[in-house]
Ligand binder design. Structure first.
Ligand code: ADP
Ligand code: MG
Length: 729
């Protein structure tokens, strides 16, 4: 009898909402309380230091050692005033998530006591003892150490009484070992190339800024139930479990009332977010039961990404206080929707122009179409790479299933933009642009872009990359991923394309063409060449798969092979041109990706094997033996008639035996497949082998376990069932 399961279910169902104490101040008063922002800098630094630091931040200049010392002194005072006792370089290693190494502020004072110490040296450069972070061999080849240094564009903050300093993490020879370094490089590349193009339209533009607004989806599970599921604890998802009779088919969860326990949790989460300067704004239920979403107001991409990573740590902590476990895994439950992290992405100038917003004047609209066409070309050329940037062992469970993302990257533009583009392409060369001294420039076909577009609700939910009125929504990102991966690939690809564009148009202008005509000509060429990336239909349909293959879009669905896109000639060239990655970095990082893939599948396979053999088979055997007992008793009492009476039970016994046989057999096969794969030394080959030979066994095992779950006496079943896990009371 599975008393544990009933005990934890009872515990979970009897819980009440945990009360949250709200501060008396308004959000605007405690917003950023634990952030060393400009207001705090002003308060804790002398005026000269403050000015020099702000100048360095605004102009992306490095900190001098002398400046670092006085910044460090002020930062330490601020941190200690706010209760911090430790400091930590906070960085984004190639595993998803963040890493921290905490040190106390104390040092010997030479008199047998201690002083609180925090020098500029610690602020600008730290050598973490981090030789066990994955680095794809870079550090072994070059130097056994990585260095971290404060990314001054990201403010320091206090988390759990620790001063956290957002840092980049690089090898001794300068190769990036993290996500932040290449993200900063990609943002800079778009800044440079984008500003050069934006200056065609406004010569005052100095910078192009990348914005990111993420929407984080997640599941909540009661802690007691979670603890009773070893698969959830060890892999973040359920490796078995029959669908609940009711799940999301009534569509009653989405935008439904938020359960009070969850509401209390959200309230506290938002409070903590705001104190840390994360502008959390939207919260709602998602499609699946127990699935929710949080979205902040968008910010500059680097900061937004820091905030997303910070949120991913914070959310688990706060959930704990409310007796929940957060599941950030992309597919914790089969049969209901998984979780993604839409990345709303846009570009804007330092003169305040949103580059993906159609404007009021013909010039604005030419600029809009110019940037749109360049994004189109970048996404077309690098569609395989963009897919690789969102791929992982965990996101693979969503990829290609009937929920975002399809395993093919395409772009949704919507009816209005399509019409504008059609008109533009169909117009005569001379017809489309005219100049008159009175009205200035006229663009026949791009003047009229309806303003309605701005709150475009014509959303295609099946598109992995959709234009949504003033931004693009890259929807294929996984809920547990570091957004940087996608943002690096996208921004680098767009930067490279914009640089090409500027080159071509400049050459035409140098040949005596009028600027606007030269621009429009290239815009039209780009759209013509790349429009086959546009797909506004149903991204989940089989027809689209065939059509996409005809168009030559990347249709690979196996994640280890998808990663190859990082090492294609075009990708290497593009990353090189933009200075985002050199080839050594790309190769090293792919090694890490393949290794991570293998390890994740390996862990899951082990856990599943263990659960199958040690949990499920024994229970099924016990139940089978009960049935056998019963058949014997029937036979003893009814003698001749017994064969009829016991027929039903005999069938059940045979079915159970059949499932048990397949499970045991398949677990053995899976172990053998693992052994064979483990002998392979090439990381890519190994990952492919895991994908091709280990994963399929897992599907078979699960199928038969789930069948047993339906047959075996409910009271005996050891693991909390989907219907118990998925509906918070
Ligand atoms: P939906 O679920 O309908 O897509 P949400 O309100 O949940 O919308 O999320 C929209 C996200 O897009 C928010 O994070 C918002 O700040 C962000 N966003 C809005 N405008 C822009 C923009 N111009 N650039 C980047 N992100 C934006
Ligand atoms: Mg969205």
């Amino acid at each position: 009898m599975s008393t544990l399961r009933f005990k934890v279910v009872e515990e979970a169902y009897s819980r009440k909402a945990v009360p949250v104490e709200l501060p008396n101040e308004r959000p605007s008063e405690y917003f950023g309380k634990y952030v060393f922002n400009r207001a705090q800098m002003y308060k804790y630094l002398d005026l000269e230091t403050y000015k020099a630091l702000v100048y360095a931040i605004d102009n992306k200049e490095p900190l001098s050692r002398a400046l670092a010392d006085s910044v460090a002194a002020g930062m330490k005072r601020w941190a200690m005033d706010n209760g911090a006792r430790h400091y930590s370089h906070w960085f984004h290693p190639l595993t998803d998530g963040t890493a921290e190494k905490h040190d106390g502020f104390i040092e010997h004072n030479g008199k047998g006591g201690v002083v609180e110490e925090f020098s500029g040296k610690l602020l600008v450069q730290q050598e973490p003892d981090a030789s066990s972070f994955p680095n794809g061999g870079i550090r072994n080849t070059f130097e056994a150490r990585g260095y971290s240094a404060w990314d001054i564009s990201s403010p320091a903050f206090i988390l759990d009484k620790t001063l956290c300093i957002p840092t980049i993490f690089i090898s001794y020879t300068g190769e990036s070992l993290d996500y932040k370094t290449p993200l900063l490089r990609a943002i800079n590349a778009v800044d440079k190339a984008g500003a050069a193009v934006a200056r065609y339209f406004d010569k005052n533009v100095k910078h192009v800024i990348t914005y990111l607004g993420w929407e984080q989806e997640y599941f909540l599970v009661d802690k007691a139930l979670y603890a009773a599921r070893p698969d959830l604890v060890l892999t973040g998802r359920t490796l078995m479990g029959h669908e609940s009779a009711k799940n999301q088919q009534l569509e009653d969860h989405y935008f439904g009332a938020i359960p009070s326990r969850v509401e209390a949790f959200m309230l506290e989460l938002e409070l903590e977010c705001h104190k840390l300067g994360i502008p959390a704004k939207t919260r709602h239920n998602e499609v699946a039961p127990n699935q929710f979403e949080l979205a902040p107001v968008y910010e500059e991409a680097n900061l937004a990404n820091d905030h997303n990573l910070l949120l991913m740590s914070l959310i688990s902590e706060v959930a704990n206080r409310h007796n929940f476990q957060v599941l950030l895994h992309e597919k914790p439950f089969a049969g209901v929707n998984g979780s993604g992290k839409h990345n709303n992405w846009s570009l804007g100038t330092d003169t305040g122009k949103q580059l993906f917003s159609p404007g009021k004047t013909p010039k604005d609209n030419l600029q809009f179409i110019t940037f749109l066409a360049n994004v189109m070309a970048a996404v077309r050329r690098h569609n395989g790479l963009l897919k690789a940037s969102i791929s992982s062992a965990t996101n693979e469970h969503r990829l290609g299933a009937n929920e975002a993302p399809p395993a093919i990257i395409s772009m949704f533009l919507g009816q209005q933009i399509s019409e504008v583009i059609d008109r533009l392409l169909n117009a005569d060369e001379d017809d489309e642009i005219s100049f008159s001294s009175k009205e200035g420039m006229k663009l026949k076909n791009v003047t009229q872009i309806p303003e309605l577009l701005l709150d475009n609700t014509d959303r295609n939910r099946t598109s992995p990359f959709a234009f949504t009125g003033n931004r693009f929504e890259f929807r294929a990102i996984g809920s547990s991923a570091n957004c940087a991966s996608a943002m690096i690939a996208l921004n680098a690809a767009v930067a490279d394309q914009l640089a090409r564009f500027r080159q071509v148009v400049d050459a035409r202008i140098a040949n005596g063409e009028e600027k606007e005509k030269a621009i429009l000509k290239e815009v039209k060429a780009l759209i013509r060449e790349n429009r086959d990336i546009q797909f506004d239909g149903n991204g989940y349909s089989d027809e689209w798969k065939e059509e996409a293959a005809r168009r030559g879009l990347d249709c690979e669905a196996s994640v280890p092979k998808i990663f190859d896109a990082y090492l294609s000639k075009e990708s290497i060239e593009m990353f090189n041109n933009t200075g985002v990655f050199n080839e050594v970095e790309l190769r090293a990082r792919n090694e890490v990706k393949w290794e991570m893939y293998t390890k994740k599948v390996q862990i899951e396979a082990r856990v599943l094997g263990d659960l199958a053999i040690n949990h499920v088979i024994p229970v099924a055997t016990r139940y089978q033996s009960l049935l056998l007992d019963n058949v014997m008793k029937i036979k003893a009492i009814f003698e001749g008639e017994a064969s009829d009476i016991a027929q039903q039970e005999k069938e059940t016994i045979k079915k159970i035996a059949g499932h048990m046989y397949v499970i045991t057999d398949e677990v053995e096969k899976m172990v053998e497949a693992r052994k064979a794969a483990n002998k392979i030394t090439n990381e890519r080959e190994k990952a492919i082998q895991y994908h091709d030979t280990v994963k399929p066994c897992m599907d078979v095992i699960r199928y038969h376990i789930d069948k047993l779950e339906l047959m075996v006496d409910n009271e005996m079943w050891p693991l909390p069932k989907y219907r118990e896990l998925l509906f918070i009371r």
